[in-house]
Write a protein that binds this ligand. Structure first.
Ligand code: ZN
Length: 122
């Protein structure tokens, strides 16, 4: 399988269609369009295609950030309740800041494995 790393980076960070690189993926903050407005690629795929992956990736980002923050603060200052709350806060903020990138990355992944198809008739 050929992995298009340039396309992965472009889709993940510019939030553009993985097929044509032009059409914007999102219609609002976190909502994907149904189709690319430029080339017509089906961005939704089969029902449920977008449910599992972004949630798992979001948990991974939040978990790594929260545990990493906790480890640094704990080793630096020892345990106190605010170390826990700062770690939880960092985990939540990291997910909010990265979730669009995560969804865009997952869209690229679905396209690269053939899950997202061009408009019928193309
Ligand atoms: Zn497109």
């Amino acid at each position: 399988m050929h992995v298009d790393l340039g396309g992965m980076v472009r889709t993940t960070f510019s939030h553009r269609c993985p097929a044509c690189g032009r059409g914007p993926l999102f219609s609002s903050r976190f909502a994907l369009r149904d189709r690319c407005p430029d080339c017509g690629l089906d961005l939704q795929g089969q029902h449920g295609a977008h449910y599992g992956g972004p949630i798992i990736l979001g948990y991974a980002v939040g978990g790594i950030t929260g545990l990493g923050t906790f480890a640094v603060l704990f080793l630096w200052m020892g345990y106190s309740a605010w170390v826990t709350w700062v770690s939880v806060g960092c985990a939540i903020v990291s997910v909010l800041l990265t979730f669009r990138h995560i969804k865009a990355h997952w869209t690229w992944w679905l396209y690269s494995v053939g899950e997202l198809k061009p408009e019928p008739g193309d």
